[in-house]
Design a protein around this ligand. Structure first.
Ligand code: ATR
Length: 228
């Protein structure tokens, strides 16, 4: 943990700040550096939003709501979801999948132990990384939470042939906006959900907590961010 992070977070109150967002790689460390953290942030194991209230720093997690709001409008079936990855973003996605009503959530990760640690806390089924393509059978939603496909990283290698035609494919990576996984899914006719919507939707509740106004995530806002 950089000493400056603790110092920065302590200084929010004395500097009269309303709060801040916390991004990689500080989301986990921040859990232990604030006056309070809410139950959701503890369950997710990460803080992405800090709000100053009554001269105290309070940590929460809006990534869960961000993923939820981004995916919810596209869903019709919520029986089976498959999530790839068990790193920093995966716990929040698992919580959101359960809030979305998925009755069967499968997690697969290159390092199996990390998937098992999340599965133990959140009642997920673990499938071996080598068998990830088989896990797609009967899935309604496939989500990539790994860093594969991110600019500068290798693409995610995944055979989608068992994924049902009506299944939705989501990626939390938004650089590039159309990851190789989303391009592959689109070419097979799947509906896809990119990661930019999650970024916008996680920002809205933080903005509301700081400034008392809930921004709407509109096509216009999305277009503005894309052009910027
Ligand atoms: P961390 O795991 O340190 O929290 P992260 O960036 O939040 O880092 O997560 C990276 C995710 O992408 C992990 O699920 C990681 O798998 P491991 O847990 O096995 O490391 C996954 N990932 C990164 N590179 C990968 C690769 N080449 N093949 C498969 N999975 C990969």
């Amino acid at each position: 943990v950089p000493a400056s992070l603790a110092e920065f977070l302590r200084g929010l109150v004395s500097r009269g700040m309303a709060g801040c967002n916390i991004t990689l790689p500080h989301k986990e460390a921040a859990l232990h550096l604030l006056d309070e953290v809410d139950d959701l942030a503890v369950a997710v194991g990460a803080v992405n939003t800090v709000v100053v209230k009554n001269k105290k720093t309070i940590g929460t997690n809006t990534d869960v709501a961000g993923f939820y709001e981004n995916v919810k409008p596209h869903l019709s079936q919520t029986k089976k979801a498959v999530m790839l990855g068990a790193g920093g973003a995966a716990r929040g996605v698992a919580v959101a999948l359960s809030q979305l009503g998925f009755s069967h959530i499968v997690i697969t990760n290159r390092t199996r132990e990390k998937a098992e640690a999340i599965a133990k806390d959140q009642a997920l089924d673990v499938v071996a990384w080598e068998h990830r393509a088989d896990a797609l059978k009967d899935a309604d939603l496939l989500v990539n939470t790994t860093s594969l496909g991110l600019a500068g990283q290798p693409p995610l290698a995944l055979d989608l042939s068992l994924l049902p035609q009506q299944a939705i494919v989501a990626d939390i990576v938004y650089k590039p906006l159309i990851t190789p996984l989303l391009a592959q899914a689109e070419s097979r006719g799947h509906k896809t959900v990119d990661g930019l919507g999650m970024l916008l939707h996680q920002a809205a509740p933080g903005f509301c907590a700081w400034f008392g106004v809930m921004p709407e995530v509109t096509d216009e806002l999305r277009g503005f961010i894309l052009s910027a």
